[in-house]
Design a binder for this molecule. Structure first.
Ligand SMILES: [Ca+2]
Ligand SMILES: [Ca+2]
Ligand SMILES: [Ca+2]
Ligand SMILES: [Ca+2]
Length: 432
């Protein structure tokens, strides 16, 4: 009976090999790689030369049998395919278009040092170094993708202004230490970094640095939660607008936990409309850093505060703003959700706590014209709001900061189905 089974296995392998082959590749490549001849095993570096096209079709697996990379100087079009092991994809010029593809277990992920790199719906994971990198005026975008468990940066953009980073999820990155932000913008001003979920990374959620040139990107409507710190600004002058920066700290580590960290030595962002809550410190300004956290004394309307502060505390001591610089800081027209006019100053470390700190001007303050948990804005809190909350959770989109705050009914900084239960409990308890 035993050899019968072996015979069947041989038959199976024979037919499988008829329908799907295995192809060894190295050197210059072009044409189409299809599922029938997959997997494609790299036995050396491969190059799509200038003027040539390589199409990698649905279902193809590319596996590097050593530290080899897929280099692009022509056009690479890869969809619904996977590249694993080896050194990843390197765009030196030309164009790489990747849609719904997976890059994993490589040394480097996908990097472009020139040309165009367009990534949609990708999963980039378990990369030893950086997941996705744009450098030296490379252009393109990363959208609707997941970048996770990379040793260093999740997405790094250095000296490339024309890059869009939108609607991605970054989690578990910087596994090798705590110095590589999940999204790192260095010496450039990419068009927009928006709608990204940057959650539970081991280092900073985002870093904006100006090491060799100006960095003034717009950082807008991202959810930055559960990282070592939220957003770090070094020398850069970004606009930080409508972000949700909550619960960033490593439990018990007082070096972690700043929602916004500005300094080293400079850095001077404009911050408006952000929710900054549940971090150890709300906004830390150190060294020669500065910030415009709200200025209603000038004509500009894009810097009028409306940041929401709540529950930024460590060991029961709340510091919504920590100004460890001699600079006077404007923080007008903000919303102080857990303080009132008489005690806001106690949550701000400035001239009256330290003779070497500049004053933080927090008046006038703004107030919120909304009822807690009235999520559908009908001035009632009832079951209809729970329905609105369920719909919001199912959409899996990042809500506006104020909606996020009010939707977190059980105040654990995460908006999920537990908040629906908490809201229903609240409504029932009141109605009984
Ligand atoms: Ca203004
Ligand atoms: Ca004070
Ligand atoms: Ca309502
Ligand atoms: Ca919650």
């Amino acid at each position: 009976m035993h050899h019968n089974r072996h015979f069947l296995l041989l038959i199976f392998i024979f037919f499988t090999s008829l329908t799907q082959g295995q192809t060894m590749v190295s050197g210059n490549v072009s044409g189409e790689w299809d599922f029938r001849n997959s997997p494609y095993h790299l036995t050396g570096d491969v190059l799509v030369p200038t003027g040539d096209t390589l199409i990698v079709s649905s279902g193809v697996v590319i596996r590097a049998l050593g530290g080899y990379e897929l280099r692009v100087a022509g056009l690479l079009n890869m969809s619904d395919a996977r590249l694993t092991q080896g050194d990843g994809i390197f765009v030196e010029s030309g164009t790489a278009i990747l849609s719904n593809s997976r890059i994993d277990s490589t040394t480097n992920g996908i990097k472009a040092f020139g040309g165009h790199l367009q990534i949609t719906g990708a999963i980039v994971e378990n990369v030893a170094q950086t997941g996705i990198e744009f450098h030296s005026a490379a252009q393109g975008f990363v959208m609707n993708s997941t970048v996770q468990y990379c040793g260093r940066y999740g997405i790094r953009v250095t000296s490339s202004n024309n890059v869009l980073i939108r609607h991605n999820t970054l989690t578990g990155n910087s596994t090798s230490n705590t110095t590589y932000p999940a999204i790192f913008i260095d010496s450039c001003s990419p068009d927009t970094v928006m709608d990204n979920m940057v959650v539970d990374n081991h280092a900073q959620g985002m870093g904006v640095w100006a090491l060799t040139g100006a960095a003034a990107p717009t950082i807008r409507h991202n959810l930055v939660r559960g990282n070592f710190t939220g957003i770090t600004i070094v020398n850069g002058t970004p606009i930080i607008r409508d972000n949700i920066v909550v619960g960033n700290f490593v439990t018990g580590n007082p070096n972690s936990g700043a929602g916004l960290y500005i300094g080293y030595p400079n850095g001077n962002p404009i911050c408006t409309g952000n929710l900054i809550a549940g971090n150890y410190y709300g906004i830390s300004i150190i060294s020669s850093g500065s910030a415009n956290l709200g200025d209603v004394g000038n004509a500009a309307q894009n810097d009028d505060g409306l940041n929401l502060f709540a529950g930024n505390s460590l060991n029961g001591i709340t510091w919504n703003i920590w100004n460890d610089t001699p600079n006077a800081i404007n923080a007008q027209n903000n919303i102080w959700l857990d303080a009132n006019l008489s005690n806001i100053d106690q949550t701000i470390y400035d001239d009256n706590e330290s003779s070497t700190s500049g004053v933080v001007t927090y008046q006038p303050i703004a107030t919120l014209n909304a009822t807690v948990s009235d999520l559908n804005h009908d001035e009632l809190v009832n079951v209809a709001d729970a329905v609105a909350l369920v719909e919001m959770i199912l959409e899996n989109q990042i809500p506006e900061p104020v909606v996020y705050y009010f939707s977190d009914v059980n105040q654990d900084l995460v908006v999920n189905i537990m908040d629906v239960f908490a809201l229903i409990d609240h409504v029932l308890a009141r109605d009984i």
